[in-house]
Design a protein around this ligand. Structure first.
Ligand code: AMP
Ligand code: MG
Length: 339
């Protein structure tokens, strides 16, 4: 039995109390954040955290992010808080930035996928913050079945988890649309493990140059530090093809590909920042912020409309564009065409 809790009109203290008690009782509650919906459980309760992995079909070595509502909770979770973490938290929390720090012994190793580091963030969403305050630090990966596109609407969570978890809080569409930026501060140099809702440029403005893990831009083989990156991700059922390059050439290439696949009797969907003639079309918007917000919804929706092939227009890897291209390339299984 899953209860769907409507909170589209903002935080409701009584309903938050119900959801908080479900978390404290070891249950699973999906909730909105500013990035995507999370599938939450008490981060310090091993059995509850195990249920997250089971419900998602998530490999046990893919660590979870622990969500907090107050900076003081960080002291409970992290063994050490370097100066950079304080600076970044002051500037960007609550917000779409996750910091990886040496973990304290309070955090069960199931939560961190067996690592001796813990990933922590403070979400910029009043429902998420109220839920955490009503319970405890909440471990929450994206609320999708492992490998599927992340959820940006409560409907996406219902599609993947109805009947399998205790509750889903519907807080409407998420604002950012891609997951948080993950920054490792546990080793020698700050390293970007996953681009996300906070642009790298903004982080570098505060702490200077950041190293970029090779997995961020392409297919990396040595992924020891970012276990989550080695798994298939964000994939709809349809085959996804990403077209990258100068705008005009990309447009031409997309038109050619549509013709080619249609001749081969495929139903073709296009997702792009301008209109294309295809069996199905999803408009991603003009700005990179809009593209990020619509990305996962587009993948899920084109799938539902029954296309066999999705052709996606690539964007420039600046600002949120780095996160968008990282997700698109993964969704395509690195089926990328340079126009
Ligand atoms: P998700 O919650 O589905 O967005 O996935 C969380 C991601 O955060 C994982 O896939 C990892 O890439 C990253 N992550 C979480 N904890 C750690 C950690 N301790 N060290 C490195 N990366 C982490
Ligand atoms: Mg995820």
């Amino acid at each position: 039995m899953t209860i769907v809790i409507n909170m589209r009109d903002g935080v409701d203290g009584r309903k938050i109390g119900v959801a908080g008690r479900l978390i404290l009782g070891g249950g699973l509650v999906a909730f909105p954040t500013e990035t995507v919906y999370g599938l939450g459980a008490d981060a310090l309760n091993e059995e509850a955290v195990r249920r997250i992995f089971r419900a998602k079909g998530r490999p046990a070595d893919n660590p979870l992010i622990v969500h907090i509502a107050d900076f003081s909770d960080l002291k409970l979770l992290a063994r050490e808080i370097p100066e950079e973490a304080r600076l970044l938290a002051r500037k960007f929390w609550p917000g779409p930035l996750t910091l990886v720090l040496p973990k304290s012994e309070k955090v069960p190793s199931v939560t961190t996928g067996g690592l001796d580091t813990v990933a922590v963030r403070m979400p910029a969403h009043e429902i998420a913050l109220a839920l955490i305050r009503a319970s405890r630090p909440v471990a929450a990966p994206s609320a999708n079945i492992s490998g599927r596109p992340s959820p940006t609407l409560a409907k996406h969570v219902v599609d993947d988890f109805y009947g399998k978890i205790e509750a889903i809080i519907d807080g409407g569409e998420t604002r950012v649309g891609v997951e948080s930026t993950v920054l490792d501060l546990s080793s020698e140099r700050p390293t970007l493990l996953r681009p996300g809702g906070l642009p790298l440029e903004e982080i570098e403005r505060v702490i200077g140059p950041v190293e970029i893990h090779p997995a961020v831009r392409g297919k990396a083989t040595d992924l020891a530090r970012a276990p989550g990156m080695k798994y298939r991700h964000y994939s709809p059922n349809a085959r996804v093809i990403v077209v990258e390059g100068p705008r005009e050439r990309v447009r031409k290439k997309i038109r050619e590909l549509v013709d080619e696949y249609r001749k081969g009797n495929h139903r073709v969907g296009v997702m792009a920042t301008e209109e294309f003639e295809a069996d199905e079309f999803f408009y991603l918007g003009q700005t990179v912020e809009e593209v990020a917000r619509n990305l996962f919804k587009a993948l899920r929706e084109l799938d539902e409309r029954g296309v066999d092939v999705i052709i996606a227009e690539g964007v420039e890897e600046k600002g949120l564009g780095l996160a968008v291209m990282n997700r698109l390339r993964k969704a395509s299984g690195y089926h990328v065409i340079r126009a």
